[in-house]
Design a protein around this ligand. Structure first.
Ligand SMILES: Cc1cc2nc3c(=O)[nH]c(=O)nc-3n(C[C@H](O)[C@H](O)[C@H](O)COP(=O)(O)O)c2cc1C
Length: 172
C-alpha cells in the first residue's frame, strides 16, 4: 500500500546509486575532479553522457568555461579518493594531490583521464540545461578508455556523508 511522504523519505529508496567522477581543468591546465551520483547515458549515436553539477561547485565553473570534461567510473581501489574529491573543493586547494590518484593526459580533451578507473570517457559539452540548483551538462563522447577487466565499481547508499561500497562489474 502506497503512502504519501516527504520527498526526502521517498528519494532515499532510489539507492544504491552508481558513483562517477568528472575531471576538468582550469585555464592553466590544473586538474580538478568531482564525485557524481548524477551521471547518465543520454544517446547511442552519437554516444553521449550527461552529468548534473551543483551551481556552487568549483567543477561547475571549470566545465562551463572549458566546455569539456571526462567521466570516469572509479574502481574499488578509489573509494578513499572518491570521498576526498566528493567532500573537498578544488577551490580550497589541490585536492587531487590529497586524493592520490594517478592522472594521465587524455587524447582529445584537456581534462585528464583517471588511470585506476574502470572506464574513462572524454566528453565535449554540446548542451546544458539549468535545473534548479544544478546544471545538466550534456557531453558528446569523443574517446573512450577501459582499465583491467573485472574491476569492481563503486556505489553509494546515500546518507551524510554518503556511504560507499563496491560491487562486481559484469565481465564481457
Ligand atoms: C557519492 C557522492 C556523490 C555526489 N554526487 C554529486 C552530483 O551528482 N552532483 C554534484 O554537483 N555534487 C555531487 N557530490 C558532491 C560533490 O562531489 C562535492 O560537492 C565536491 O566537493 C565538489 O568539488 P568541487 O568544488 O572541487 O567541484 C557528490 C558527493 C559524493 C560523495
Amino acid at each position: 500500500m502506497l503512502k504519501k511522504v516527504p520527498y526526502n523519505e521517498a528519494i532515499a529508496r532510489k539507492y544504491p546509486e552508481q558513483v562517477g567522477w568528472a575531471t576538468c581543468v582550469d585555464d592553466a591546465g590544473n586538474p580538478n575532479a568531482i564525485a557524481l551520483g548524477w551521471v547518465m547515458c543520454t544517446s547511442i549515436s552519437p554516444p553521449m553522457l550527461a552529468i548534473s553539477v551543483g551551481l556552487t561547485r568549483y567543477s561547475h565553473e571549470l566545465i562551463d568555461k572549458a566546455g569539456e570534461f571526462v567521466v570516469a567510473f572509479p574502481s574499488e581501489e578509489m573509494k578513499d579518493a572518491t570521498m576526498v574529491v566528493g567532500t573537498k573543493s578544488g577551490r580550497d586547494g589541490d585536492k587531487m594531490a590529497e586524493a592520490g590518484v594517478h592522472l594521465i593526459p587524455a587524447t582529445v580533451v584537456k581534462a585528464p583521464l583517471v588511470d585506476d578507473a574502470c572506464a574513462n570517457f572524454e566528453c565535449k559539452v554540446t548542451g546544458k540545461l539549468r535545473t534548479g540548483d544544478h546544471t545538466i551538462f550534456a557531453g558528446e563522447v569523443v574517446a573512450s578508455h577501459v582499465g583491467p577487466q573485472g574491476a569492481r565499481r563503486i556505489y553509494s547508499i546515500g546518507g551524510d556523508p554518503e556511504r560507499l561500497f563496491s560491487a562486481v562489474q559484469p565481465t564481457d
